[in-house]
Ligand binder design. Structure first.
Ligand code: SF4
Length: 388
């Protein structure tokens, strides 16, 4: 659903179609691109992979974001009672051959199940590069940044060994620049949405961010710049009558089913705290210091995350401040079923929001997307905010 008045949206819709096509074709375009370019493609299992290192080696890093098809192989190796849908879907694609076109895969142990997944993957796949980063979890110790740097240097060495070619600091700095440019452009898009709520639907914004995780950042930068030019000239839609929301969570994957319900209800999202959203691009990397140090600094100083422990209240405060700053009517928290790290943080987030009088709805999602019951809960939540 696009929310711009007819007659002024033609160019914008053409541009949006290109993001949506990249998202819908998922890995098919990539296979064609690889054949045509002769370049290597590396799958990054969500989250927290320093893609710039892969990019600097001349390879294309893409995010592995699951699929909608049947899961028949993965449940034989990974217990569905301990694994969220993203883990199962990505493993299924490894086992059923969908990801055979990859030249490598990189994991960070963002939750306890990822090392298990990495082991199973190693046993069953033929990817030349297979790398698991073991990241420090407590980032408030003086040695944290050094330990992150060590992990990034190990990743860099593994890629160099596979390619039989060093990654120069110059190449790495260039890649950091390309990624920073992408983050700045996406931030501009988000700022525009905040100023002109309803300019783009939540599903369209998700398509823009998703496409960037599946294509060359240089190409994505061009497309986002074009979209911004078109959007910046469009009139501001009337937003007074619409409920305005923040959406948070959905770690490691999209929550398009929830976003579609919000769009269909006519509510506007002012800003998000989603993995396929602002969590992916908010923090910039320092371009003036040693590139590995800069990536480690970004990792440590990044926005609060359940994968990185500083302070038990950091994420709750971050989300609550976002709602207050944007003057949103409420927040929907999307939790992936069996995601323990999110579930562990949720009581603290809920307390903070309740204490601040911020209306909050938690929706748990799994493969099939949002259930009919949860659809009704979202609709009721938006209706309730609308009459307040
Ligand atoms: S969503 Fe949660 S459980 Fe699933 S892979 Fe990510 S961190 Fe792990």
């Amino acid at each position: 659903m696009h929310l711009i008045v007819p007659g002024e949206k033609l160019f914008m819709e053409e541009t949006l179609k290109r993001f949506i096509a990249a998202k819908q074709s998922l890995y098919d375009n990539l296979k064609q691109w690889k054949k045509a370019s002769g370049k290597k493609i590396v799958g990054c299992h969500p989250m927290d992979i320093p893609e710039e290192i892969v990019h600097a080696a001349g390879m294309l890093p893409i995010t592995l974001m699951g699929f909608d098809g049947a899961i028949t192989h993965a449940t034989r190796s990974l217990q569905p009672t301990i694994a969220c849908n993203i883990l199962l879907e990505n493993l299924e694609m490894c086992l059923n051959g969908t990801l055979d076109f990859l030249d490598g895969v990189i994991f960070a142990d963002v939750c306890d199940t990822i090392p298990i997944l990495s082991d199973i993957w190693l046993r069953h796949s033929h990817h030349v590069l297979h790398h698991l980063m073991v990241m420090p979890k407590h980032l408030n110790s003086p040695s944290s940044r050094r330990r992150v740097s060590e992990q990034f240097l190990r990743l860099k060495a593994a890629i160099e060994k596979q390619n039989n070619k060093k990654i120069s600091d110059r190449a790495l700095k260039h890649s950091i620049g390309v990624y920073n440019q992408n983050r700045r452009l996406l931030k501009r898009l988000y700022d525009l949405r905040l100023c002109k709520p309803g300019l783009l639907s939540a599903s369209d914004v998700s398509a823009v961010v998703t496409a960037g995780m599946l294509m060359r950042k240089e190409d994505h930068n061009q497309l986002v710049e074009q979209l911004l030019l078109e959007l910046e000239n469009l009139p501001v839609p009337t937003s007074d009558m619409h409920v305005k929301l923040i959406v948070s969570g959905s770690l490691c994957g999209h929550c398009d089913s929830v976003l579609s319900v919000i769009d269909a209800q006519g509510a506007y999202i002012l800003e998000d705290d989603l993995y396929i959203g602002s969590r992916y691009f908010t923090s910039l990397t320092n371009e003036d210091i040693d590139p590995i140090e800069a990536l480690a600094q970004r990792y440590v100083d990044d926005i609060p995350s359940p994968t990185k422990f500083f302070d038990a209240n950091a994420w709750a405060n971050y989300i609550s401040n976002m709602v207050i700053r944007d003057k949103a009517d409420g927040i929907i928290i999307v939790m992936r079923k069996l995601c323990e790290i999110h579930a562990d943080d949720f009581p603290c987030i809920q307390n903070k929001l309740n204490n601040g009088g911020i209306p909050c709805l938690m929706i748990e999602i799994e493969r099939a997307g949002v259930s009919e019951q949860d659809k009704t809960r979202i609709q009721a939540f938006i209706d309730m905010l609308g009459v307040q």
